[in-house]
Each structure stands twice: as C-alpha cells, then as structure tokens.
Design a protein around this ligand. Structure first.
Ligand code: F6P
Length: 354
C-alpha cells in the first residue's frame, strides 16, 4: 500500500517515534511505501511531501519536534482546502492517510473521512485531553519536565521565604498541573476545570505559613480561571494576546502573573512567577512516551491494513485499540475524579475539586 502521513497542531515529544514505528512496521511487515506531508494540513493542501523510507526515519526515535514539521493550518478555512487535500491524496496514488494530531487535526481528518477519504488518526497532545484514549504521548515528558522545574523552584522558594507560582500548559484540562503538582509536592494546584477563588488561595497560603512553613508552591494551568465573583479577569481565561489561530483558539498565558500579584496583595508574602511554556513541549521524549508513541504507530499501520478508516488508534487499559474519530473529537477529556481525589488527599485546602 502507499500511505501518506502528517503531523498537525502543536508539536509534542514522541511524534518522531510514531512516524518511525509506522514506517518500520509498514516496510518490514507489509511492504508499504510512505510519503510524509510537510507542516500539517498545509502540506496536503499544497501537495508538499517527502519520501519516508528507512533512511529517513533512522535515528529519530529520541528526537523532539517532528521531521515533517507542523502547523495549525485548517483546510476548512482555506479556499477549497478540503478538496485540495483530496486532490493531493489522489495525485500521490495513496491508499490511506495517517494524521497525527490533537482534536483540531483530527476534526479535519473526520471531515475528510466524511468526504470518503481513507484516513486514520493518532492522538497527540501534551495536554492529555483527547477523549477515547487513556493517555496521549508527550504528556509523560511534559509532566517530567514540569516536575523537575517544581523541584528546582522549591529550593529557591525555601531559601527566600517566597511564594512561587509555576504556570504550566493545559488549555482546557489540568492533567499536567495535577500530575506535576502532586509529583512536585505543590501546596496549591489550580486547573481549568474548576475556577478558583483567589481569597481561598490566599487563605490556604496564610494558614500554611501560620503553621510555621515560610514558603509555598502554587502550580497553575494556563487555562485556569479566577472565579467570576472575586475576579480581576471576569471569570475568563487569561490571554497572552488577542490573536486567534485558524481553529479559533486564543493564545493563553498570563494567569501565573495575575495570580502572583493577587496573592502578594492579599498575603503580603513576596511572590514570584515561573512560566514553563514551550520548554514542556521541546526536547527528547521520556522512555514511557517513546514506548507509547511506538505502540500508537504500530497500531495505526495495522489499522490501515485492517481497513479501520475513520478511526483513531487509542490506548485503553494498556491495550492498543481503535475508536471512531467522531468519538475522540466530540469532547475534551477533563481530569478524572481519581486524580482529583489524590490531589485533594494531599492538599491542605484549595484542592482542585473546590
Ligand atoms: O495544545 C497543546 C498546547 O501546548 C496548549 O497547552 C497550549 O495552549 C498551546 O498548545 C500552545 O500553542 P502554540 O505553540 O501554538 O503557542
């Protein structure tokens, strides 16, 4: 078979491991041929591709980023974008297309599937918020990076008697904040799922310092919102600027700084902010993510040969399986009650459940 592949949306550690696994199994076991479209859907719209053979994927397993590069191009927003994708598919004599991406990329894959294109999805996002699968690759790496940062921030917070606010990624779901906050021993964890009361946060910190602790660590997801009643931001996420991407998403960022300012104002404790940003997405994938991404890649190429089109490779209870793309993009997967319970058990107050 001749199979096309692309990576879309924000990059994520493990993308190259997926590409490598697809190509190796496809060539070794199915005698497939591959082309890689460059920069997400833009490559398919403009028919920009490179051959993907064994040499092209040699040595890429530990590399961050994606050898196919990526973009947030939305074919539905370009003139005849979806039809141009279909034309490129035909012009390259493809039998199938594997789209590796998050909910935006996979929503385009679903539209193309509805137009009859033989497409398969692989879930990707450090945010871990895609429905239909237990974990996305890249999440573990991001959590490890955030946890190491929190550990480092801990010692300087302690040395200076400060409150340190660590802003991590997580647009709609607080998975990274919750996991890294628990792993790093944060005192307050704030997630997009539950708008927080800034007075409660300040009280929690004062109570802790009243017990003789003289520093605190607050982990906040970029999408966390001040609750509407005591609210410098009027209950909306804090935006980095007013621009939006082609899928209509605003650029988040700044909640950490707003939070630090309000904490300092209410408690009188010196407070600083660290924004981890894209450091969480860059660099080499963890061993866990390399294995998970490899399993996703193997699952995807098997799905091509089983004719499992319109579906996404997924992991459920440590088994690779297949779920309809429509289910995966229907909603965001927010943090589960199990993890909320873990955090709530450890934290003094201002638990993510509040
Ligand atoms: O979707 C993953 C993500 O890392 C979000 O957490 C974040 O809001 C967004 O990507 C940032 O995207 P960009 O790299 O386009 O600024």
């Amino acid at each position: 078979m001749k199979v096309g592949m692309l990576t879309g949306g924000g990059d994520c550690p493990g993308l190259n491991a997926v590409i490598r696994a697809v190509v190796r199994k496809g060539i070794f076991h199915y005698k497939d041929e591959f082309v890689g479209f460059l920069e997400g859907w833009r490559g398919l719209i403009e028919n920009q591709s490179i051959p993907l053979d064994l040499a092209a994927v040699a040595g890429i397993l530990p590399r961050g980023g994606t050898i196919l590069r990526t973009s947030r191009t939305n074919p539905s927003k370009r003139p005849d974008g979806l039809d141009k994708c279909i034309n490129s598919f035909k012009a390259n004599n493809l039998d199938a297309l594997i789209a590796i991406g998050g909910d935006d990329t996979l929503s385009v894959a679903q539209k193309l599937h509805e137009k009859g294109l033989k497409v398969i999805g692989v879930p990707k996002t450090i945010d871990n918020d895609l429905a239909g699968t237990d974990f996305t690759f890249g999440f573990d790496t991001a959590v490890n990076i955030a946890t190491e940062a929190i550990d480092r921030v801990h010692t300087t917070a302690e040395a200076h008697n400060r409150v340190m606010v660590v802003e991590v990624m997580g647009r709609d779901a607080g998975w990274i904040a919750l996991y890294s906050g628990v792993a790093g021993g944060a005192d307050v964890i704030l997630i997009p799922e539950s708008p927080f009361d800034i007075d409660n946060v300040a009280e929690t910190i004062k109570t802790r310092h009243g017990r003789g602790r003289y520093f605190s660590i607050v982990v906040v997801a970029e999408g966390a919102k001040f609750s509407a009643d005591v609210d410098p931001q009027h209950g909306a996420p804090v935006l980095a600027d007013l621009g939006k991407d082609e899928f209509g998403h605003a650029r988040l960022g700044g909640v950490g700084n707003s939070l630090a300012r309000e904490i300092e104002r209410r408690t009188g404790f010196e407070t600083r902010t660290v924004v981890l940003g894209h450091i969480q997405r860059g660099g080499s994938p963890s061993a866990f993510d390399r294995v998970l991404a490899t399993r996703y890649g193997l699952g995807a190429i098997d799905m091509v040969h089983h004719g499992d089109f319109g579906c996404m490779a997924a992991i459920r209870g440590n088994k690779i399986t297949s779920v309809p793309l429509a289910d995966a993009i229907a909603k965001n997967r927010t943090v589960d009650q199990e993890m909320i319970k873990v955090a709530s058990g450890i934290l003094e107050q201002s638990s993510p459940a509040e």
